[in-house]
Design a protein around this ligand. Structure first.
Ligand code: DOR
Ligand code: ZN
Length: 381
């Protein structure tokens, strides 16, 4: 039996923190002494559930000059992520169970991160011909036309109804943001369903979401590292980087608990594609350091970070992850949350280094990422 003992750790999750030790075996967390082959002395560092990204782009298949499953997952492990939801805007678009399963199998062989491959809601990411929602919901938990907005009210209403029937989560891309969010919330009221609003960026979107939640409507939403860290610059991402007031409003939304999740929207692009005007930022390997910096600056506890980046995404996806408790999946990240850090585009392991944040100061050092009880990234030495 293989086992890993981690001692002297500051165990921190959404429910609190305490000093302690863990025994990992068969991919699960145990709290009682058990046989082990390998030992890590955490030396008082923070051990958290590994992060779960509800929204990233791994470009596999077909756009692998930007990223592929292996390079994206290596970057993700370096950033403390154990589970990734990869969007469907690949070539071909992921629109069939066979394409979903091909990526799941490829990821399993790599033994890096756990992959949840999202499927397109519409053929070619259009809001015209639906993909086979019943069949796809057996292969994946997440449907999204991300990259493209669902403009058709009828299509969105049918998709919401199907999400209630088949149990999948819909992740939306909303541009123009305020109008589409308002439309989706009113359709949700009529049709029910499982709505997750992707990458919110504008203060008025947040107010709309706040009001809908106060009314009792059930749905979730996310923010990205760049929308709570960058503003007033013309680096191209969708939705765009906004103004200081928007960043402040989003951080208030984190403090109030109105925003559910932290997602990356990691969107690697080659230099040529960026020059040609493509939107996106490569960020998965420093996302956690941006979160640590923003949370520190605004005195938001790390338990909130863990809830938003691990527990809540796990709940939305129905995973046995996101807490450090007996029987949970042994997906963990060991980090020094206080050490100073700097984003260095030249040191990134993602295939694409497109970021406006080169040289920016952040916080924290990621020491070790463990997935399925195995150390899959180790920067301790
Ligand atoms: O900036 C973005 N890039 N936003 C998206 O929604 C899509 C993504 C991409 O695929 O490049
Ligand atoms: Zn998007």
């Amino acid at each position: 039996m293989r086992g890993l003992h981690i001692k002297n750790a500051r165990l921190l999750d959404a429910r609190g923190e305490r000093m302690g030790e863990l025994y990992l075996s068969d991919g699960r967390i145990g709290l009682n002494p058990a046989a082990f082959e390998q030992e890590i002395d955490a030396q008082g560092m923070v051990l958290m559930p590994a992060l779960i990204d509800l929204h990233c782009h791994l470009r596999d298949p077909g756009l692998t000059y930007k990223e592929d499953l292996q390079s994206g997952m290596r970057a993700a492990l370096k950033g403390g992520y154990g589970t990734l939801c990869a969007m469907a805007n690949t070539a071909p678009v992921i629109s069939t169970p066979a394409l979903v399963e091909a990526n799941h199998e490829k990821a399993q062989k790599l033994r890096l991160c756990t992959l949840i491959q999202a499927a397109a809601a519409g053929m070619e990411l259009k809001d015209e011909t639906p993909t086979d929602w019943a069949a796809l919901s057996k292969a994946t938990k997440l449907l999204s036309n991300d990259g493209q907005t669902i403009f058709s009210d009828g299509f969105m209403k049918r998709l919401l109804a199907a999400s209630a029937e088949y149990g999948f989560l819909i992740s939306t891309h909303c541009q123009p943001e305020r109008r589409i969010i308002a439309r989706d919330l009113s359709l949700l009221k009529e049709a029910g369903g499982r709505l997750h609003i992707g990458h919110i960026s504008h203060r008025e979107s947040l107010e709309r979401i706040r009001a809908a939640k106060a009314e009792g409507l059930a749905f979730s939403c996310e923010v990205t590292p760049h929308h709570i860290f960058g503003f007033g610059c013309d680096y191209r991402v969708n939705p765009p980087l906004r103004e200081r007031a928007d960043v402040q409003a989003l951080i208030q939304g984190i403090k109030d608990g109105v925003i559910d999740c932290l997602s990356t929207d990691h969107a690697p692009h080659s230099p040529g594609d960026k020059e040609a005007g493509m939107a996106g930022i490569s960020n998965i390997e420093y996302a956690l350091q941006v979160f640590l910096e923003v949370f520190y600056q605004n005195a938001i506890p790390l338990t909130v970070l863990s809830r938003m980046a691990s527990l809540r995404p796990a709940g939305l996806l129905g995973l046995n992850k996101g807490l450090i408790e007996e029987g949970y999946d042994a997906d963990l990240v060991l980090l020094d949350p206080d050490s100073p850090g700097t984003i260095r585009a030249g040191e990134m392991v993602s295939r694409s280094h497109n970021t406006p944040f080169d040289g920016r100061a952040v916080r924290g050092r990621i020491l070790c990422t463990i997935v399925e009880g195995e150390v899959r990234y180790d920067a301790r030495h």
